[in-house]
Design a protein around this ligand. Structure first.
Ligand code: ACO
Length: 336
């Protein structure tokens, strides 16, 4: 971006996960599987799931409050809210509007959702960067939240082993010291292979026109196809993102990837030549939390001291669409 554009500062990050835990052993009560099968192929041991009335809006609200606290900002400081979700609990109102109301932001700030599946946070950050750069908005709340446990088919052992629920949030603002915390950002999609992961929202046609034919419900995924596509594209893509920013892999302190499959994470890690201490993984405890995955991994790893601040990280994600994207970011002191 040109020199007259306003730089962005990441002011705060936060996260929230539900309390209920489902282990791999628990899943053996649902279908023929084993902890060994799941863990060796995915890196997942357990996942969190919502219960009762709890849903992705509650998780997103908690993560948003957490990120605002870290950013030392009040809800009324926010002038735009963007929520990213693979499958919002309501198609409308948007999650962002729910969160606006719960935060008590009564001013007429815009709030909207985007759908880019597990790449949602990178897409939202890219949108926020453009708004801040242009001067149109100054303080933007990004919330990435999903409750996949309500949308998987719990009879399908190929998909329901993978997903968990959670939320991550980020507050970004106009930087007042000339330093841009988004060193590079890029987003991509390829709709021609959209059938690799699908979640239909099937309405009913008017009975005067035709009889309603119910379609299969829940997330449908060609797991092998997703794996093959991502393992081929992502490592090279992240390498190029870094090179195009005029950097080398060793210039970046951490890799914070989407937590979908430990073997895909390891493929990116190997391509960058990173040791394990440079790679954030929490898939073992949360599974794939879709849009929440990257900000949850970021906020939790900073909170737990695995990721030190005053550093840089490369974020990368992929998901339904197919979408994928990456960002190289500065992690300043005080964001968490
Ligand atoms: N337990 C035991 N056996 C199983 C299980 C299970 N949970 N699931 C499938 N199997 C069996 C299959 O039935 C099959 O048996 P068969 O050979 O007798 O037919 C065999 O295991 C192999 O099945 P595959 O689906 O080919 O297994 P694969 O090695 O590909 O692993 C997995 C499946 C783990 C899903 C893998 O393909 C994967 O991780 N893919 C990537 C998924 C992903 O990252 N999705 C991102 C979604 S992001 C978003 O936007 C929502």
């Amino acid at each position: 971006m040109g020199n007259n554009l306003i730089p962005l500062r990441i002011a705060g990050v936060g996260y929230s996960v539900p309390d209920a835990v489902i282990t791999n052993d628990d899943l053996t009560k649902l279908y023929d599987t084993s902890d060994e099968w799941i863990y060796s192929r995915t890196g997942i041991k357990e996942r969190r799931v919502v219960s009762g009335e709890e849903n992705a809006i509650d998780l997103g609200f908690a993560a948003a409050k957490n990120a605002l606290e870290k950013a030392k900002m009040a809800p009324e400081d926010i002038d735009l809210i963007i929520a990213a979700s693979s499958a919002p609990p309501d198609l409308y109102p948007a999650i962002a509007c729910h969160i606006q109301a719960r935060l008590g932001i009564s001013t007429q700030v815009p709030a909207f959702d985007i759908t880019a599946a597990c790449t949602g946070l990178i897409y939202a950050l890219s949108i926020a960067k453009a708004y801040i750069a242009s001067g149109m908005y100054k303080n933007i709340l990004l919330v990435a939240t999903d409750n996949n446990s309500r949308l998987v088919n719990w009879e399908d052992r190929g998909t329901s082993i993978l997903f968990g629920d959670g939320a991550g949030a980020m507050v970004v603002t106009a930087s007042d010291d000339g330093v841009d915390d988004v060193i590079a950002i890029d987003i991509k999609s390829d709709g021609s292979i959209g059938d690799l992961i699908e979640l239909s929202f099937d309405g009913k046609n008017c009975p005067l026109v035709e009889q309603y034919e119910p379609k299969p419900q829940g997330i449908r995924m060609n797991g092998r196809g997703v794996y093959t596509f991502v393992a081929k594209v992502l490592p090279h893509y992240v390498e190029n993102l870094i090179a195009n920013a005029g950097m080398k892999a060793e210039d970046i302190d951490y890799l914070i990837p989407h937590q979908a499959n430990i073997r895909i994470i390891q493929a990116v890690q190997e391509r960058l030549g990173y040791s394990d201490d440079k790679v954030v993984t929490n898939i073992k405890y949360y599974g794939n939390t879709s849009a929440a995955s990257i900000p949850l991994a970021l906020a939790e790893s900073v909170e737990k001291g695995k990721v030190k601040l005053g550093t840089t990280a490369v974020l990368c994600g992929f998901g339904a669409g197919m979408t994928w994207g990456g960002a190289i970011v500065r992690l300043r002191e005080g964001i968490c």
